[in-house]
Design a protein around this ligand. Sequence first.
Ligand code: FES
Ligand code: FES
Length: 224
Amino acid sequence: MSATPPDDSSPSLTRRGFLQSALAAAAATKTPAALAEAAAQAPAAAPPAPIPRAPAQAVRLNINGKDHQLQLEPRVTLLDALREYIGMTGAKKGCDRGQCGACTVLVNGRRINSCLTLAVMHEGDAITTIEGIAQGDNLSALQAAFIEHDAFQCGYCTPGQICSATACISELRAGTASAVSANVAKAPALSDDEIRERMSGNICRCGAYPNIVIAIRQVASKPA
Ligand code: FES
Ligand code: FES
């Protein structure tokens, strides 16, 4: 009697299943060295193209009444021009993205975040930094009030607070309305709410807000 050939169509051992298992086992046994060799033979990806840099250009900035001639790339912010190129470190870099107000300076009397504007945009403008707020050795009334009322702790936010408050008081005296003014057609009354609203772009991590408001209110309540 002849022997019966194995049934290779059974689900437990098919010819196809056997070959697939054998190939998977061969792949799994490749050594790391073999894999590294295969990777080395693969064509290398092209390196990223270098980002073209705009050449530096001549820029004249008027800061605290004095002209500064600089060579700046167009991408340099006013804050970096002040701190890194001129060496005026009064304006502080807190966030570098317009969220904290530590970099506040005055441009033509209006406060701006110097981290959010490019230096090349300010040729011909009158820029005032904290270094230019005092008159020589005489502190401004606001600087004196900040000291009198302990309106700071670590002091990191203080240059921005004082520049911002200087413009805030000018706005109040000019009768400029704010988002909390009851009647925008009338000059706003001096109040803590008005001061808080107008100073809301200047963050103080030490929480010196109550004394900052007191100092600003003291100066704003007096004649210019
Ligand atoms: S550093 Fe400019 S707003 Fe924070
Ligand atoms: S005094 Fe420290 S962050 Fe304002």
